[in-house]
Ligand binder design. Structure first.
Ligand code: NAD
Length: 450
């Protein structure tokens, strides 16, 4: 079975690939299994050196990787360059982390107690199409640093950057079999990876619906699972905020990556006393988002990933549309920046749209802002805009999400933990926290009795 990979900005094929089935997936697991004893035995300094070399190769090939990602996902080239820079930084970070992820000595009677961090074995990494290389690196960095071998399954729509990264890993000197990429349908090879008895862990990023199936599928073999799932994050704008700054930043927190971002602040909650002024400013700043050809250096938003996804996104736009932007003519899965006035009970405010559609919702006071922000099954990210530092802290502690920012909409950094509360998943990626998810604690007691 072949897979035709499209450029969503042109609807033209950019690659034809052979798709793997169960047999090829099993072969990849066998290769990872064969490589595991050798990889875990590589000295700490050498493992760090190899990861650093991979980071260096990503930097050397940054423009090539950014173009692959831009063409395959429809991402603006400037954004794709930033993502590739992060991929290199992720490998640099975990190269530096290898010898800092250590055990403890614990005071006990009659001897000495020490803990070790042991690798899990084979890790299955399943990633989505919205940030293919970035999200793969968030899993690969800590998995490889801890001494695991991996089978990486990219999304069917966007396999190209993962395949290129696997070539660079070999060029860096990471041994054959340590990083295996399998391109194939999620419900076939993804499912098999989840159920495979020799796979120790599944690190999954994707929708909450598929994530629930991953958890069920992993149960029979008691696999470790980490899940990075959907979101419906709130951007809380209080009356005392710098409204100009908040309004200038808000569009990029929803329309970046054409809204196909699990962290999208797709519910913009605005204190009623400044509603008219803020919405006016927001419409102006949204009108300034440059939508168009992803290869153009100045483009800020490209198309959606597929025709089918465009259908889904458009089904959310009803009710009071406050603003609808323009899109290029001709081929491409374009969808305009859209602002909709909504209540928190509307479908557009409850479900993850995963497109450039923001729900604008008024609130009266701090208590209602917190209640609305938490009235969602998700809990991934969010923002709080206020000049009152005590309020910022109060609200931040009360909002049930894994990643928050004050007077900013950025949530993702190489050195800081990233992940969700509630149905946005569990486990943390990035920073030192991610290493916990790719190692097992072994406790050893040594008697000192004569
Ligand atoms: P998806 O759940 O459809 O697919 C994700 C991956 O799972 C793909 O590789 C797919 O092939 C695979 N898959 C599908 N069915 C499977 C099965 N039965 N068993 C095993 N694997 C299977 O998600 P998507 O449409 O690719 O991505 C969009 C979703 O990802 C959104 O919900 C978004 O919020 C979420 N996401 C979350 C984060 C995060 O860090 N929390 C980051 C990015 C995207």
């Amino acid at each position: 079975m072949t897979l035709t990979v499209l450029n969503p900005a042109t609807e033209q094929p950019i690659a034809e690939l052979e798709q793997a089935g169960i047999e090829e997936l099993d072969e990849a697991v066998s290769r990872a299994e064969a490589a595991f004893p050798g990889w875990r035995a590589v000295s700490v300094a050498d493992r760090a050196r190899l990861l650093r070399r991979l980071a260096g190769l990503v930097e050397e090939h940054a423009e090539e990787l950014a173009r692959i990602e831009s063409q395959n996902v429809g991402k603006p080239i400037a954004g794709a360059r930033g993502e590739v820079a992060m991929v290199a930084n992720v490998f640099h970070f975990y190269a530096g982390a290898v010898d800092k992820h250590h055990g403890e000595t614990i005071p006990v009677d009659g001897g000495v107690d020490v803990t070790f961090r042991e690798p899990l074995g084979i890790c299955g990494l399943i990633v989505p199409w919205n940030f293919p290389l970035n999200i793969a690196s968030w899993k690969l960095g800590p998995a490889l640093a801890c001494g695991n071998t991996v089978v990486l399954k990219p999304a069917e729509l966007t396999p190209l950057s993962a395949l290129r990264l696997a070539e660079l890993a070999l060029e860096a000197g990471i041994p054959e079999g340590v990083l295996n990429v399998v391109v194939g349908p999620g419900r076939v090879v993804g499912q098999r990876l989840v159920e495979h008895p020799d796979v120790a862990k599944i690190a999954f990023t994707g929708s909450t619906e598929v994530g629930a199936g991953v958890m069920r599928g992993a149960a029979d073999t008691i696999k470790r699972v980490s899940l990075e799932l959907g979101g419906k994050s709130a951007n809380l704008v209080f009356a005392d905020a710098d409204l100009e700054r908040a309004a200038a930043a808000a569009p990029y927190a929803v329309f970046d990556n054409a809204g196909q971002d699990c962290c999208a602040r797709s519910r913009i909650l605005v204190q009623r006393t400044v509603w008219d002024r803020f919405v006016g400013l927001l419409v102006d700043s949204t009108a300034g988002v440059r939508v168009g050809d992803p290869s153009d250096e100045s483009t800020e938003m490209g198309p959606l990933i597929s025709a089918q996804h465009r259908e889904t996104v458009s089904s959310y736009v009803d009710g009071n549309v406050v603003y609808r932007g323009n899109t290029p003519e001709g081929p491409g899965f374009w969808f305009p920046c859209t602002l909709v006035e909504a209540s928190n009970d509307d479908r557009v405010a409850r479900e993850e749209v995963f497109g450039p559609v923001a729900a604008l919702i008024p609130f009266e006071d701090e208590a209602e802002a917190i209640a609305l922000a938490n009235d969602t099954p998700y809990g991934l990210s969010g923002s709080i805009w206020t000049r009152d530092g005590a309020r910022a802290l109060r609200v931040a502690r009360a909002v049930d999400t894994g990643v928050l920012s004050v007077n900013s909409n950025s949530s993702v950094r190489v050195a800081t933990p990233f992940g969700g509360f509630k149905q946005s998943g569990f486990g943390r990626e990035l920073g030192m926290h991610a290493l916990e998810g790719y190692s097992e604690v072994k406790n050893l007691f040594l008697s000192t009795e004569a």
